[in-house]
Design a protein around this ligand. Sequence first.
Ligand code: C2O
Ligand code: CU
Length: 699
Amino acid sequence: MTARLPAQRACGPADSARPGPSRDLYCIELFPTEQALGAVGTAQLDWVPGPFTVSVTRDGTQQFNVRFSLRGLPPLPRGGAAGYVAWVATPTMSHIDRLGTVGPGETALGPVAMDRFVLLVSAEPDTAARLRRGPLLLRGESASNRLRPPDLFQFAIGATGGTMPPGEHQHMAMEDSLGWTGVPMPPGLVMLPAEMALRPAEPAWLPAPVAGTPTARAPEVLALGNGDTLRLEAGLVLRTIGGRSYTMFGFNGQQPGPLLSVRQGTEIVVEFINRLPLPSTIHWHGLRLDARFDGVPGTSQQPVAPGERFTYRLRFPDDGIFWYHPHVREDIQQDLGLAGNILVQPGEPTWAPADTQAFLILDDLLVGETGLVPYGRDSPTHAAMGRMGNLLLVNGEPAWTTHVRPGERLRLFLTNAANARTFNLSLGDGVPLELIGADIGPFEHPVSVDHVVLAPAERYVVDLRFPRPGRYPLLNRVRGLDHLYGRFFGVVDTLGFVEVTDGPVARGTGGPGDDGTVRPSSRASDIRAILARGADAPMRQLELGVSFEGLPFISERLMRLDSIYFQPVEWAGTMPGMNWATLASQAHWRLRDLATGRENHAIDWHFPAGSLLRLRLVGARDVLHAMQHPIHLHGQRFLVLAVGGVPNTDLAWKDTVLVPAGGTVDLLVDLSNPGPWMLHCHIAEHLGAGMMTTVTVEE
Ligand code: C2O
Ligand code: CU
């Protein structure tokens, strides 16, 4: 394989010129026991290669391959079967699993899928034995194991500064002078009094209801041909969920917006009309289009004022599943429902035809006792981890349903339009999913998976079949982390159902050639050709970090305590109060060019069109709040070469990639499309807090 970036290791020597994954999070020091005083070792937690840059099990538990590196081991007991064996155990040692034999030097074992664990190395008289009997030589614990239940200091701090009068708990629904009521608490979690008293220092904003606002309709499918013009109007819609009505936004009265279906190579015109109470634009996420129509205020156009219009000319050089959304205050506009899909069909079919196709736009909405939790009027709230909703939606509905027959090929096009939430989707009891496509077209080799990890703005295409009738739930299964009690917990949300009912298979969109296999990707040669050219492409490194300013004492102290450990992905909103009250004006999320130290818009990279770039994204660990970032580059496409230095073997063209907290991702970027293009985090509140730069590709 070519185009690989220089090696990087969590357990390797620190190299500031070539930073790797965080040693603190992804390298376990192994300490010797009295039986092995001269022994030293480390265990590196490596990415388990696969189609997603974060590797979890179907239930959402983080998993790693473990690379042991051992020296100075004492002599083995006599006997032909003797050897060194590595074990993984729960922190209490209530459960111990044999990982495999190890020796001096390096041994890769795993995967290990546990929230918190300890690693042991022993000398065994019989290496095949399932139970540990020999002397313990080395041991170490996962970083997650540093979390300890209630920390007195934390409680003491949480109890101070609480300005809340007695009885406030019951009156959280009352508005304060800036228009805020309380923020809802995830079930089973506790907020400290001082955290409960936090409010964003910013006026609250929600769209005012207007009489005669239409009820949101489901998206229509619009097949558009070369030269066609589409009129797309953003405006208010009403949506009723669980008996409550919300004033939200839609395109052409639809939520999600209409599904645009075009052929690769087509050009269309979109007449955008803004009937929102806010300025707006439309960004065509993932398209390698003309930069003048990219929809970025300040870079490609002026914001479209309420009542005004703008004409976009779109072209579709790539096939795949794309989407469109505003690029102004995404934390409000995208969150209130402004998102739609674009299906670009390849000139030559890449995939066997499906019997049924379904397009799923995943989202979440934050709802409190009195309705939608308002947005910050002039600055996004939730600027720590992003606004996580408590109502999970597919296509704007809490219980999406589709119907298929047994044996039919169902194709799901998945798009994550949430502000901040990363999903871990699965169907029923682990129905096998054939993962055939990513953001921009097919995988080189389709792969069978039982779950799909989908960060904001990412897309995946999966095929599946149900042999038997039944009702199969679409689930989001993740692990939450209660920092206050140092406790991991499972969260399962049902997003909808696939109803499989008996009857003849309707060969819908069919056509000849459905032999049950997915054809090899015609794009594979394209991918290989770019890889071959990538070996000597220039390399740049961007660090993803944050600093805060003017936080309330309580938020600052709690964040500092929480920084003992960070999950690779924050899957669930488990610190709602201080996250909510943190404004984008207090959080300086940044991209930093490691060569120059420049940040965000000061970076100002220029490259010639037709060149390639090796880009390493480095998640900073030593910041007050480290977390994952879905990084998106406009108007170009890239390949994921490696995660944490472990090469990727599941290649597909992408435009958005999830960088785990304290982790690294290496990309090969194909800079084919001239123009000024945004590179940014797709967590709406991080973008709102400035986590962006412009990459200029020169003609
Ligand atoms: Cu989907 Cu710059 O965004
Ligand atoms: Cu981010």
